[in-house]
Structures are given as structure tokens and as C-alpha cells.
Design a protein around this ligand. Structure first.
Ligand code: NCD
Ligand code: ZN
Length: 351
């Protein structure tokens, strides 16, 4: 029986760190295990320009625990007013690693997102020229499209036409939740990848809705049917380099989750590596964990893998995680996978 596993230090290719008190509390949770993370720009107001991103990056660096090398990889929030030259300059200066597309109204703090895709054509063409990836929240927001169908409809109506209209544009389908997302990512050989969250490998929509409504399992894109969860698991453990980890760890305080109109987002930064080790072990694929968490992401983003390693160990007694982490803004509930976690990150060493 495998009881220890040493892998290259993982990275998180989709992370919400927020700002202020929340940033101070959650940054160390990601910095503990992850080397780098793609930082989502959906602050209020959003991170729109290169100078917004540079200033936000400084705040994140200041929130790291002493001695931490955790590196935030910054993104810009694409709006209909985004200036292609500002994007290109921020890329040249090494300030941003990607641009984030939120269809307007798709999710938390997405009001400034894109309504009319013709208005961002110039930015997308410039990004294709310079090889800067577009991270896509892949859901349509039309009222007449059922929320469980929004990803599949987005692929057909928006993503595929947009990719065809912009040859060379490098796209990350973020937090895919459906077999349709898996199939689309697999159908394209170049310039397309997909991230998968920890929680979508664990929960289906019953977790949210069966036996009473469970706001801490509500996130966007919303978890789908079991057959979609199984398709995501198969993709994650497949060894296919087009799939890699983006936790979408998205902290909201308990009062904001547990109300009549609760916020979307699952907070998984703290126990993600324990959960993933369990999922991969259950699938007989522990040898593929490193690809998913530590190798495929840098491959797509054309960055080196991390120099150092982490070691996961398995113990007979489950690891005790707190139910909540405490922040200056209030308590944040940690994602509960509803199975015991026997793997933990034991030790970090240079290598
Ligand atoms: C994210 C958030 O809270 O910022 N919420 C979520 O459910 N994933 C926004 C997002 O990435 O969609
Ligand atoms: Zn997100």
C-alpha cells in the first residue's frame, strides 16, 4: 500500500484571493502547498488595467506568510472598454499571465463583464498575436437557458465561434463541469486546455439540493448530474495534459452563504491536496496526481514546473481539518467532501 507520495510542488490555475482582511486570512491557506496561482480579477471594482494588477499583486505579496515563495500570476478582467495596448504592455512587463472573460452577470462580481463580443474583438486578436491566454468562464447568462445547460450552450454558441474567429487564441476553459466540456477540450489539439476544480470531482447536484438546501456546496458553474462528475474524474485522472487543477477556491463568509440569496463559491484551498490524493487513490491513479496538479498547467502556460517538491503521507487516522477558518470579515466554511481524509501534505523539501 502506498503511504507516501512525493510530487513536484503543485500550482493552482484558478484562485480567488479577494482583498483586505479576507486576503490576509486566505492567502496563507494557498501559500502552504501551492507554488503559484492564477489570481482571479473579480474584485469590486475589478482588476481591469495593468496598473490595477500590479497594485493587487503587491497586496498579495504582502499577505504571504514570512518566508513564503508563493507567486501570484495575475489576470486582467476583460471589459468592453479594455484597451488592447494596455493588455499587451502588461504582458510585456511580465505583470499578467492571462485575461479573464466573464460573460456579464454569469457569476459573483461579473457585472462589468462582456455583453457584446464584437466589442472585445481587438483585444482578443492582440492576445492571439502575443500568445496571452484567455481564461473563460464558460456559461451563457440568457434567462431562457436552464442553469444546468449553460455550459454546454456556451460552448456551442459562444466558445466555438469565438475560437474559430480568432485563430491562434489560446484559451483555458475554466472549471468545466460537464461531459460536454470534457469532450470539447478533447476535440482540440492545440491552444485549448481546461481546468477542473477539486469540488466538482467530489460533488454532484444532489449534494446541494437533496435532503435540504446546502449553501456551502453552491458554486458557479453549479455542480451537475452524476454522469458529468464521473466524466470530470475520468478526464482528471487520464493523464491528458489538456486537463489540470484550478481549484476555484472562492471564500465567502458564512452570513453571505447562508442567506435567502446566498453567494456562489466553495472554499477548498486548505484541504484540496488531501481531497485530490484521496480521489486519485480511489481511482487507482495516484501516479497521475502530479501531472494534474503540478505539470500540465505549467506546460500550457509555458512556464517551468516548480523546482521543489511536496510529500503527501497517508495515515490510518483521518486528518483533522477545521470546519471553518476565521477571517477579519467573519468565518469561512471549509469545503466538506463527506469522506475521511487520510492524506496530508507532510513535508516540503528543496529538490
Ligand atoms: C466565484 C467567486 O465567488 O468569486 N464563485 C464561484 O462560485 N466559483 C466566481 C466564479 O469563479 O465564478
Ligand atoms: Zn472562479
Amino acid at each position: 500500500m502506498t503511504t507516501t507520495l512525493t510530487i513536484r510542488r503543485p500550482d493552482d490555475w484558478h484562485l480567488h484571493l479577494r482583498d483586505g482582511e479576507m486576503l490576509a486570512a486566505v492567502c496563507p491557506e494557498s501559500a502552504r502547498h501551492f507554488g503559484r496561482a492564477i489570481i482571479m480579477p473579480n474584485l469590486v471594482p475589478p482588476v481591469v488595467t495593468g496598473s490595477d494588477a500590479a497594485r493587487y499583486k503587491e497586496r498579495i505579496l504582502a499577505a504571504r506568510p514570512a518566508g513564503s515563495d508563493f507567486t501570484p500570476l495575475m489576470t486582467l478582467y476583460l471589459t468592453e472598454d479594455t484597451d488592447p495596448e494596455d493588455v499587451a504592455q502588461a504582458h510585456r512587463d511580465g505583470i499578467v499571465q492571462a485575461v479573464k472573460l466573464y460573460p456579464a452577470g454569469a457569476t459573483t462580481n461579473s457585472a462589468s463583464g462582456v455583453r457584446n463580443f464584437d466589442r472585445v474583438r481587438g483585444v482578443l486578436e492582440r492576445m492571439a498575436e502575443i500568445g496571452l491566454p484567455l481564461c473563460v468562464h464558460g456559461e451563457v447568462t440568457d434567462d431562457d437557458v436552464d442553469i444546468f445547460d449553460r455550459e454546454a450552450v456556451f460552448i456551442e454558441r459562444v466558445l466555438d465561434p469565438l475560437r474559430r474567429a480568432t485563430p491562434g487564441l489560446r484559451v483555458v476553459m475554466e472549471h468545466i463541469t460537464t461531459a460536454d466540456g470534457v469532450e470539447y477540450a478533447q476535440s482540440v489539439d492545440e491552444d485549448l486546455a481546461a481546468t477542473i476544480t477539486t469540488h466538482h470531482l467530489v460533488i454532484n447536484r444532489n449534494f446541494i439540493l437533496a435532503g435540504g438546501i446546502k449553501p456551502h456546496y453552491y458554486c458557479l458553474p453549479v455542480a451537475k448530474r452524476e454522469r458529468h462528475r464521473l466524466a470530470l474524474r475520468k478526464a482528471a485522472i487520464s493523464g491528458d495534459a489538456r486537463f489540470f487543477l484550478g481549484t476555484d477556491s472562492a471564500p465567502h463568509t458564512d452570513p453571505l452563504k447562508e442567506q435567502a440569496c446566498g453567494c456562489a463559491g466553495c472554499f477548498t484551498a486548505t484541504n484540496t491536496m488531501s481531497i485530490l490524493a484521496q480521489v486519485f487513490e480511489d481511482e487507482g491513479a495516484l501516479h497521475r496526481l502530479e501531472g494534474f496538479t503540478s505539470r500540465h498547467g505549467p506546460g500550457f502556460y509555458k512556464l517551468p514546473v516548480n523546482d521543489d517538491t511536496i510529500t503527501l503521507t497517508k495515515s490510518n487516522t483521518p486528518v483533522d481539518y477545521p470546519d471553518k477558518i476565521h477571517t477579519g470579515d467573519g468565518p469561512v466554511t471549509l469545503f466538506d467532501p463527506q469522506f475521511p481524509l487520510h492524506w496530508s501534505v507532510a513535508d516540503a523539501s528543496s529538490g
